[in-house]
Write a protein that binds this ligand. Structure first.
Ligand code: ATP
Length: 556
């Protein structure tokens, strides 16, 4: 219960809002806010703060009621937005000036998670494959690139205004005349506007240029240089991670629709007559083909091999890459039941694409595109060859000169991927009474928190030595303030998989305790083995229970 107190110092009155809390069996008073020197204003401020505190408590109660059997909570995009702000993952860009729609900044733990995600994508798609290499292209490039690609002429969005709520929205070409606003109102289809999606800028005195709206075109313009310098033979892929910019009409849903975002893309080139040499995996996924959509049928769960053999997906390459992409998410802890692949219906498909499938995710606001994957044929290389007058042909494996086809173009937004992992790892533990973010250890912003069980110089010295050593390999934190329970919950909430505690036993026997975030189980290990064991745990090479001696403790 919060209450106002007056403190008189050197004859002046100062008002504070205090609260009594029971910590480790003792009642402690904590100051929540300074309320100023004027009693009347202080009372008003106090009422306002208490109202806000009650709102948060109410929200927490609602959240606890939604907790599923295993502690899984399905929260809304607004709740995720405020969670990310509270914990230092993501902030509105320019928030102190009211925010700037479509732009977000990543905070201390957000930037770590985002960097991990990009590295893991790169490892899976580039480092661990023989047939894919990377580039890092410029954000601003020759404006002729965007003329040749068709972006200058046709990268527009259709703006529609709702007759009822007056809000602007974007309509895809196949949606015109068919959809309604979220508020239920009709759109004014007689007054459509085309809005250019590329941001313009000036280079030097007056040269018009564009901020790139996708990373893909830089891959096409560098295609021949990469081929000539990397000793690749068809089939091969070129990958890139980098910023893209789109002047979206209606940026919304937190990190889902942004004006500045990052893409992780591959253009995979092949001779269209060559078969995919790779085998399919064994995963199942919900499939939603054009035929199912048009005949109002429900999506069906199938294996990728079967989807290709039944010719639901036209080429083996396309089916193979869709499975690879789905497996990347699942290998990092995403819930496979929240994914499906949906074919673009003819009316929405780009004119140059042979076939396009989206990997979709079941966001709290519905099934939406997570990753687009088109078979772009050789449209882009042809366009650049014609517009630049540079021959972009290369040899196929029969010694013939060809313009290879992009048989699959996995194109993934970094921020949409980040949302998937945040939603799928968001749990609430009723016993612990806090959020537990069950991120895959490799994605987790902080791999371990190290702390002395109580403040004692000897314990602190051991903790500092351990931190120094672990920091050579991972992002770890030294956390010595607050009760041990508070330190555990602080780390549970930001997804730290392991907490390492130093106590009397560390002094006497060189042992430390490791606590597992997901289960709260604890093991003892020797300090000399700690790094090796932590590596195995992070790489999921060993089960937690088998990594040391299981112990039972009062505080979980
Ligand atoms: P949408 O239909 O949702 O606008 P799109 O079909 O225009 O997406 P692509 O051009 O295929 O998107 O881009 C590939 C990927 O880049 C998308 O699947 C998504 O992950 C990401 N992406 C595209 N636009 C945005 C955006 N405005 N904000 C965040 N990510 C985006």
């Amino acid at each position: 219960m919060a209450f106002v107190v007056k403190k008189t110092i050197s004859g002046n009155d100062y008002y504070y809002l205090n609260e009594n809390k029971r910590v480790d069996g003792k009642v402690k008073t904590k100051t929540i806010a300074y309320l100023g020197k004027v009693k009347k204003d202080a009372k008003k401020k106090a009422e306002e703060i208490i109202r806000k505190m009650n709102k948060v408590k109410k929200k927490k109660i609602i959240q606890i009621e939604q907790v599923g059997k295993l502690g899984k909570v399905n929260i809304s995009i607004d709740d995720m937005t405020s969670f990310c702000k509270r914990k230092g993952f993501v902030f509105r860009s320019g928030d102190i000036y009211g925010g700037f729609s479509g732009f977000w900044d990543f905070g201390p733990v957000g930037v770590e998670m985002k960097n991990n995600l990009k590295k893991l994508w790169w490892d899976y798609h580039v480092k661990n494959r023989d047939d894919v290499v990377g580039i890092d292209g410029a954000i601003i490039t020759h404006p002729k690139v965007w003329k040749a690609s068709g972006h200058v002429e046709s990268f527009n969005d259709v703006l529609v205004i709702c007759k009822k709520c007056k809000k602007p929205n974007k309509a895809d070409k196949n949606e015109i005349g068919k959809i309604k606003c979220d508020c239920g109102g009709d759109y004014d289809w007689d007054n459509l506007k085309n809005i250019e999606q590329m941001f313009k800028t000036t280079v030097g005195l007056d040269t018009l240029a564009y901020l790139r709206p996708e990373t893909a075109q830089l891959i096409f313009t560098n295609f021949k240089f990469v081929y000539n310098t990397s000793r690749l033979k068809l089939p091969f892929g070129i990958a890139q991670i980098g910023k893209s910019f789109r002047n979206e009409i209606a940026p919304r849903d937190f990190l889902f629709r942004l004006r500045e975002f990052e893409q992780m893309e591959i253009e995979y080139f092949s001779d269209p007559n060559e078969k995919c040499p790779y085998k399919f995996g064994k995963s199942w996924i919900l499939v939603y083909s054009e035929e199912m959509q048009k005949k109002n049928k429900e999506p069906v769960k199938m294996k990728f091999k079967e989807i290709y053999e039944k010719k639901i997906i036209k080429t083996d390459w396309h089916a193979y890459w869709l499975e690879q992409e789905f497996m990347w998410f699942v290998s990092l802890g995403a819930n496979p039941d929240n994914f499906r692949i949906r074919q673009h219906v003819s009316e929405e498909k780009s004119h140059y694409a042979l076939d396009t499938w989206d990997l979709e995710y079941n966001f709290p606001f519905g099934w939406k595109e997570l990753q687009g994957m088109a078979n772009r044929t050789n449209f882009d290389l042809r366009q650049h060859q014609e517009n630049s007058n540079v021959n972009l042909q290369i040899m196929n494996n029969k010694g013939q000169k060809i313009l290879p086809h992009v048989v699959a173009e996995p194109s993934q937004g970094v921020e949409r991927a980040m949302l998937v992992f945040l939603f799928d790892s968001y749990y609430y533990d009723k016993k612990r009474n806090n959020v537990v973010l069950k991120l895959h250890p490799q994605l987790a912003p902080i791999k371990a928190a190290v702390f002395p069980i109580v403040k004692r110089k000897e314990f602190e010295k051991i903790a500092v030595d351990i931190i120094k050593d672990l920091r050579k390999d991972w992002n770890v934190v030294y956390d010595k303030s607050g009760s041990i329970g508070r330190r555990y919950s602080r780390n549970d909430e930001i997804g730290t998989p392991y907490c390492i505690t130093i106590d009397e036993d560390s002094m006497k026997n060189n042992n430390v305790t490791i606590r597992d975030r997901n289960t709260t189980k604890q093991i003892k290990v020797k300090i000399s083995n700690l790094k090796n064991i932590l590596r195995k745990l992070i790489d999921e090479e060993i089960k937690f229970e088998k990594a040391g001696k299981l112990i039972s403790t009062r505080i979980k």
